[in-house]
Design a protein around this ligand. Sequence first.
Ligand SMILES: C[S@@+](CC[C@H](N)C(=O)[O-])C[C@H]1O[C@@H](n2cnc3c(N)ncnc32)[C@H](O)[C@@H]1O
Ligand SMILES: Nc1nc2[nH]cc(C(=O)O)c2c(=O)[nH]1
Ligand code: SF4
Ligand SMILES: [Mg+2]
Length: 235
Amino acid sequence: MIPVMEIFGPTIQGEGIVIGRKTMFVRTAGCDFRCSWCDSKFTWDGTMKDEIRMMTAEEIYGELRAAGGQSFNHVTLSGGNPALIKDLGQLIDLLHLEGCQVALETQGSKYQDWMNRIDQLTISPKPPSSTMNQDLDKLDDIISQLDTDKINLKVVVFEETDYQFAKKIHHCYPQLPFYIQVGNPYLDDSVDNHTEKLLHRYEALIDRVMADDEMNNVYVTPQLHTLLWSNQKGV
Ligand SMILES: C[S@@+](CC[C@H](N)C(=O)[O-])C[C@H]1O[C@@H](n2cnc3c(N)ncnc32)[C@H](O)[C@@H]1O
Ligand SMILES: Nc1nc2[nH]cc(C(=O)O)c2c(=O)[nH]1
Ligand code: SF4
Ligand SMILES: [Mg+2]
């Protein structure tokens, strides 16, 4: 069984290596981290615990089709930390059988043997501003068990210490595609539009990377969905 917090889409993947891709989302409940700026706290802080549903892979697939019809062939699994859930392998296999590609977002704290069956696996180690103390040996152990052609790294940056952390991670794994993503501090879920402020922060991060001759092989990205829809749920 899989603890599901929400199923939504089709929408665009707003982040990372498949940014812009038409995709459905399955968001699992529960996380082993507590990032200070987590934009999906409702997956772990108890405020929406009544909405968690224990579902089989078949039930999730049925709901994806009910929401998206035939209008998708890509599904993103996020959370919370979907890597906590052993049974997710059944959903990944079913989605593949049904002709869908599968992406997954995780922070690199847990390994599952289904990870090598993900088409685009994004690992997003947490920088100092998150207040998490990412175990870099564990991260290394996980990365060493994965196919390098399937994984990419994404580090969120709010401040200079985060930027230095991002650099360190990139230089540990120069062979992996590296995404540096601007942090969003505007986490209220009102429909207030924070686009202009977010674009300023994005531009500042671009300037930082452009001036740095040790960060040439990187992608600097915003959260596209956040520019469009702020931190609304379900988009
Ligand atoms: C909500 S997390 C869920 C998956 C997994 N727990 C993780 O952190 O990778 C999905 C992505 O959103 C990023 N994220 C979370 N809060 C953010 C924020 N306030 N600004 C920018 N990115 C954020 C995370 O770093 C991660 O890359
Ligand atoms: N559109 C959209 N793109 C996303 N990329 C990563 C997301 C996430 O919360 O993991 C996310 C999300 O919540 N919505
Ligand atoms: S690891 Fe991901 S889901 Fe968990 S608290 Fe951090 S950003 Fe949120
Ligand atoms: Mg999100």
